[in-house]
Design a protein around this ligand. Structure first.
Ligand code: ZN
Length: 286
């Protein structure tokens, strides 16, 4: 009788596993899109920065062009006037002024060169950025067009699983279903787990021998004393051992002993702590 109920609970567990996977998919899909959106926003900010920098550089370039032209004109004028100068003092003064202007223009030309180089760098940065942007945009568009379809498909599957779940619930006796649901609301999936070689596969801790004996008798549905999940016994088949008796036996004998020894203290500790917390929580609910 209990075997049948365990079977029904395992079916229910499988449905719940599938539901969880789908829910996660439904939750995760829009996050991917949001992540790409954030990336695109970052690109846009960077684009604004580069554009501002380019504007500044172009302005600077214009200003330098103008100043160079202006002073070149002054120099030209002075050169023409130089012929008409009456005395040496005036001549030297004009020469000094022209020297000063020429020096200034040479400095401006150096600056112009630097601005040009920086403009090339910023243009390169724009090209790289545009490539990156269009890559992400493509990804975004592709994801966006499929997202709605994916979500609709997942939702449809979820609805069908919901119906399957209802059916599965109907065949489980109410008190047992109640226990299942009670655990499901309080613990991480799964609710019902196999126990093989005395170890609960929910918390990976060895259950006490007495509980293990009871479990093997199969006269009631038991909970793991440590994690409180419903447990069912799974007998491990050992045909391999007979093929290579020496090596396999040694390994098989060693492993569970080691595992149990390592995990036992933790089991005791957790077992001592957890049920109290669970009980308190349960009491709160009721
Ligand atoms: Zn457990």
């Amino acid at each position: 009788m209990y075997e049948k109920q365990i079977e029904q609970l395992i079916i229910l567990q499988h449905v719940d596993d599938d539901i969880l996977i789908l829910r996660e998919e439904i939750e995760k899909a829009p996050l991917e899109l949001a992540d790409l959106e954030t990336q695109m926003d970052g690109f846009k900010d960077r684009r604004v920065e580069i554009d501002e920098r380019l504007d500044l550089l172009k302005e600077q370039q214009k200003k330098l062009d103008f100043e160079i032209d202006e002073d070149a004109g002054k120099i030209k004028k002075s050169k023409n006037k130089l012929m008409l100068v009456a005395n040496t003092k005036e001549y030297h003064a004009m020469m000094r002024e022209m020297d000063g202007l020429e020096k200034l223009n040479r400095m401006r030309e150096d600056e112009q060169e630097a601005v040009k180089e920086e403009l090339v760098r910023q243009d390169d940065a724009t090209t790289t950025l545009n490539d990156d942007m269009s890559g992400v945009k493509e990804q975004y568009d592709a994801l966006k067009t499929t997202l709605d379809e994916r979500l609709a498909a997942a939702q449809k599957k979820l609805d069908s699983l919901g119906r399957k779940r209802k059916k599965a619930c109907k065949v489980v006796p109410p008190p047992i279903l109640g226990r299942y649901e009670f655990i499901r609301e309080r613990m991480e999936n799964p609710v019902i787990v196999p126990v093989s070689e005395g170890i609960c596969s929910g918390c990976h801790i060895m259950i006490p021998p007495q509980n293990y004996n009871d479990l093997q008798k199969g006269q009631q549905i038991l909970s793991c004393p440590n994690c409180q999940r419903l447990i069912h016994w799974v007998q491990i088949e050992k045909p391999v051992e007979e093929e290579k008796p020496k090596k396999k036996k040694k390994a098989a004998a060693k492993k569970p002993a080691k595992k149990a020894a390592a995990k036992k203290p933790a089991a005791k500790k957790a077992a001592a702590k957890k049920p109290a917390a669970e009980k308190a929580e349960a009491a709160d609910k009721e």
